[in-house]
Design a protein. Structure first.
Length: 368
């Protein structure tokens, strides 16, 4: 009789646990400033903070497991039944993350496929497992409608209606991770995507590994005896786009032990500077990083030809310019969720004595 009672108690316990949501927020968000995850009874609430007005909520999503009864008194927000089985991604970045989390089959389509560098994403495009929906700015609306996606992942922009060219009945998920002000804050968004695709445990474990290595590298960089002055990128048309001082890249430079010359700029995204301002602050920079996309690598001769004033920069004179060709490296598909990889590159080029023997992943010295 005691055995029967124990069995009944165990059965009731299992039933009660099964009645609860299988969506669970793990450690919660510790670094992200623009994303809040809250555990409810039978659901998870995800709030995206407006990057351009921190007092406003840009979007609210209510995640409820598929097949589960909708809980009573759900908060207002866009309902997402998880896991999402058919996701359209505007960016190959999120497709690459899905593959890493074991959710490759849950990405059905992608925009801007001509610019995909990730070998794993390219393979899925070639086999037809991921379809193209055209340009992210002008997607093929008929094809998007025919896909019957569970959700479309898009990047929000200030003052832009990013849903204007999208099917009205398909939920739009605003991916504001690119506007985070810290590298780990941006990477931590993988927890949200893990919840969307039913891979939250994998996402939590991956972030723990990223965080551990990133913080260890920060400690390593603190051993440096000097902080070289750093300048980024180059002139494009009439302006010079460069990471703002409050951007996640701005923090990465600081964590790597650099004296970033535009750390004082308030932008948490890209700052567009005049050439005069760059020259006024940047001529004495000891290290120069140039991120570009081209079929042929930039050389000192090419840089001098396109931008004659480059010869006046100390980094040019000392041959300490490093280029990252995004046509040939998966920088944009990897770095946002793996900032530790870029941090290792940066420490190596800024303080080579701290990481002897490191093989660069993204940046290479310019050739003559």
């Amino acid at each position: 009789m005691k055995l029967i009672h124990s069995f009944i108690f165990l059965l009731l316990t299992l039933c009660l646990s099964c009645s609860k949501s299988d969506l669970q927020v793990g450690r919660g968000m510790q670094y992200a400033a623009l994303l809040h995850l809250d555990q409810g009874e039978g659901y998870v609430q995800a709030e995206v903070v407006n990057p351009w007005n921190a007092q406003e909520i840009l979007a609210r999503y209510i995640l409820v497991p598929k097949g589960a009864e909708l809980p009573a008194n759900l908060p207002q927000g866009t309902l997402l039944r998880t896991p999402l089985e058919r996701t359209v991604s505007q960016s190959s970045l999120h497709a690459a993350l899905a593959i890493e989390l074991g959710a490759a089959g849950k990405i059905c389509a992608l925009a801007d496929t001509a610019f995909v560098v990730s070998p794993a994403v390219r393979q899925l495009l070639q086999t037809g497992n991921i379809q193209s929906v055209g340009s992210s700015m002008q997607p093929d609306k008929e094809r998007l409608t025919a896909l019957q996606a569970d959700a479309i992942l898009v990047s929000p922009y200030e003052g832009a209606n990013v849903s204007a060219n999208l099917p009205t009945r398909t939920p739009v998920v605003l991916c504001a991770d690119y506007m985070e002000t810290s590298a780990l804050g941006r990477a931590e968004w993988m927890k949200f995507y893990g919840l969307l695709w039913g891979e939250s445990d994998v996402a939590d474990s991956l972030f723990d590994a990223v965080e551990t290595e990133y913080l260890a590298l920060c400690q390593k960089a603190q051993q440096a005896t000097k902080r070289p002055r750093l300048i980024c990128d180059t002139k494009e048309g009439a302006s010079w786009p460069t990471p703002g001082g409050n951007s996640y890249l701005g923090q990465l430079f600081a964590d790597a032990g650099a004296d970033y010359i535009f750390a004082h700029r308030p932008e948490n995204g890209t700052a567009f500077l005049s050439l005069e301002e760059v020259i006024a602050h940047g001529l004495q920079s000891e290290v120069w990083l140039i991120k570009y996309g081209a079929t042929m690598p930039i050389t000192y001769a090419k840089l001098s030809q396109d931008f004659p004033q480059s010869r006046e920069f100390q980094a040019y004179k000392n041959r300490n310019i490093w280029g990252c060709n995004t046509f040939h490296t998966a920088y944009y598909d990897e770095v946002p969720f793996h900032p530790e990889r870029l941090l290792r590159d940066l420490i190596s080029l800024l303080h080579p004595e701290l990481l002897p023997g490191h093989e660069m992943l993204y940046y290479q010295r310019l050739s003559e």
